[in-house]
Design a protein around this ligand. Structure first.
Ligand code: PMM
Length: 288
């Protein structure tokens, strides 16, 4: 019998994994905070995506726009140029693809190219055409907690009761998506770690994974990978913050913990350790 406090749930339109799923990240950008520039060329990005599948990724999230704090927006033509060939090629290779975009046009073209999930960090607020597009395409949709574009999002990291406020704002975003025609059983929620949040807010939200799942009633995606709050944790009091690429062990620790708390999936840059972590968590579920 499962020992999860809340069942992690399923998403209509995606495979039903019997454990927390692992979403590997392919950022086709010159400037993402965590892996900027490394996978910018189409062929290199595709190879990287396939390597992540080989390491145990269940799905691959392809994005062409950096959302790091302070980032300015990429234009639509450039985002399409970065994302669509990579999606098309990875689909051809049999990978389950998610497209990380705030633009309906990019999501639409990616779905035409075979993407199975639309991951919109703005939760439908950046582009008014996004919700109608996803509703029409009838594909699964990630609704992330978001308080505005990255350029000045840190100014909006103000909360009195972080978890309650994030749940309330996420509920509004889910309600808007459903009112716009997206089937509730296709919606995934995400607390948006690092988006208009300081380290303490992120930690409170990771700790509240089961509560998000329970109160919002939808599967939860946790994207802690390499984020600033992990740098803060690893630095300790007054220590030096390790660079993003030295935060993978901490990321895998989060993967194990949230898998145990009923997360539906974790979104990570380095797949192997998290793929192991979610399998260990799964084994513990059956151990009692
Ligand atoms: N974070 C980033 C990009 N996309 N998508 C979801 N659903 N949740 C997130 O927290 C999230 C995301 C941050 O950028 P990165 O790819 O450079 O880590």
């Amino acid at each position: 019998m499962s020992t999860l406090r809340v069942p992690r749930g399923e998403v209509t339109g995606l495979p039903a994994w019997d454990r927390c799923a692992v979403m590997g990240v392919v950022n086709v950008t010159p400037d993402s905070f965590s892996d900027g520039g490394r996978w910018f060329e189409t062929g290199v990005a595709v190879k990287h995506g396939l390597a992540l599948v080989a390491e145990g990724a269940d799905l691959i999230d392809v994005g062409g726009e950096s959302t790091r704090p302070g980032a300015t927006r990429v234009d639509e033509a450039e985002e399409l140029r970065r994302v669509i060939p990579v999606v098309r090629e990875l689909v051809r290779e049999g990978a389950v693809i998610s497209v990380d975009t705030m633009r309906a046009s990019v999501a639409e073209r990616a779905v035409e190219a075979g993407a199975r999930l639309v991951n919109d960090v703005s939760g439908g607020r950046a582009d008014p055409r996004m919700v109608p597009m996803v509703a029409t395409a009838d594909v699964p949709y990630v609704v992330m907690h978001w308080r505005g574009q990255s350029i000045d999002m840190n100014d909006r990291a103000v909360y009195t009761d972080t978890v309650t406020e994030v749940i309330g704002e996420l509920r509004e975003a889910v309600d808007r998506a459903v009112a716009g025609g997206i089937a509730p059983e296709r919606i995934v929620v995400d607390p948006g770690l690092g988006f208009a949040k300081q380290a303490a807010h992120d930690l409170a939200l990771v700790d509240a994974t089961a509560r998000l799942r329970r109160e919002l009633g939808r599967p939860v995606l946790v994207a802690a990978s390499r984020k600033r709050f992990l740098g803060r944790v690893l630095a300790g009091d007054g220590g030096e913050t390790p660079p993003a690429r030295e935060r993978d062990a901490a990321t895998a620790a989060v993967s194990a913990l949230v898998a145990r708390e009923g997360a539906w999936a974790v979104r990570v840059h380095e797949v192997r350790a998290s793929a192991d972590a979610v399998r260990v968590a799964r084994a513990l579920e059956g151990a009692r």
